[in-house]
Design a binder for this molecule. Structure first.
Ligand code: MN
Length: 299
């Protein structure tokens, strides 16, 4: 379902999941290490974003300057594509069929919660499930990577702030969320356990999803999204079904908080969320990006 994208930004895995190796670039089937040409900057994703390195033309130029590259992905695997995002903004109930599976009406304005950046783990790393938590669900989601700073943006400016797209799994302790819902605050701790935020394996420049005319006014590409657990399809939808569109959501966030390079935005999950169990492997695939796969283990 998901061949390699033509062009993507990645970090090599480092010794510590929170401290990835240098920036690299996948271009036309070859993996290029960019440390040689970027030096220390290759370890500073937010600075690279601010320099425009995720723009397709710039990233391609860096790949070509770096030499031939390798047909093999880095032996150590991939690190977080944005190692230390300043914030991880999330949209809840952003697909009508997902809201309906919990008996909820879709929200009239974006429903905002955050995941703690500490929850994030790269592709391939295990998702640890504390045994006391009860049901824990996968939520496959399209994730926006912002490339610049902005506040009080209109929708056109908001779309221009999106530098790339990646894949996320908004892992959620569902039993805890149901109990916390009765207490009136169901959105924070159930989604922020360590490892409850797989992201990656890489970021595809936003321009790669659109033709010469650029993104549509609502900023939202229509991509197939699928989640499999041990190969069995659990979620299957299209990002074009999201309710609050990318332009609207990013502009809305920017009316509350200053957006910064490297900030991530999880855009909500479609229907079909289901429980994870230790020993399983969960994969989220999005058309044009690839597959984010993580094993599940007991914490
Ligand atoms: Mn979610």
């Amino acid at each position: 379902m998901t061949p390699l994208p033509r062009l993507a930004w990645y970090h090599r895995a480092g010794p510590d999941p929170k401290r990835p190796g240098p920036l690299g670039c996948l271009l036309e089937g070859r993996f290029h290490d960019l440390e040689g040409i970027l030096g220390d900057l290759a370890y500073d994703a937010r600075a690279c974003l601010a320099e425009g390195c995720l723009r397709a033309s710039k990233l391609e130029e860096l790949a070509r300057l770096s030499g031939e590259g390798s047909p093999e992905p880095p032996a150590e695997g991939f690190g977080l594509p944005i190692p230390e995002p300043g914030k991880v903004l999330c949209l809840g109930k952003n697909y009508a069929a997902h809201a309906a599976e919990f008996g909820a009406e879709p929200p009239k304005e974006p429903m905002w919660f955050n995941k703690l950046p500490e929850a994030l783990i790269p592709a391939g790393r295990p998702i640890p499930l504390p045994p006391s938590l009860g049901r824990v669900d996968h939520e496959g989601e399209l994730v926006l990577v912002l490339g610049a700073s902005g506040k009080d943006l209109d929708e056109e400016e908001a779309v221009a702030l999106v530098a790339g797209l990646t894949i996320g799994n908004d892992v959620t302790a569902r039993d805890m969320q149901q109990r916390d819902r009765e207490r009136g605050h169901p959105w924070v701790r159930c989604k922020s356990f360590d490892g409850f935020g797989p992201v990656g394996p890489w970021v595809v420049p936003f321009e790669e999803f659109f033709g010469a005319d650029g993104p549509p006014a609502d900023g939202t590409p229509d991509l197939e999204i699928e989640v499999r657990v041990d190969g069995e399809v659990r979620q299957h939808s299209r990002t074009g079904s999201m309710l609050h569109r990318i332009a609207q959501a990013v502009a809305w966030f920017s009316r509350h908080t200053t957006l910064r390079p490297g900030d991530l935005c999880f855009t909500g999950t479609p229907e079909g969320v289901s429980p994870l169990n230790p020993g399983s492997c969960v994969e989220v695939s999005i058309e044009g990006i690839g597959t984010l796969a993580n094993p599940v283990v007991e914490a």
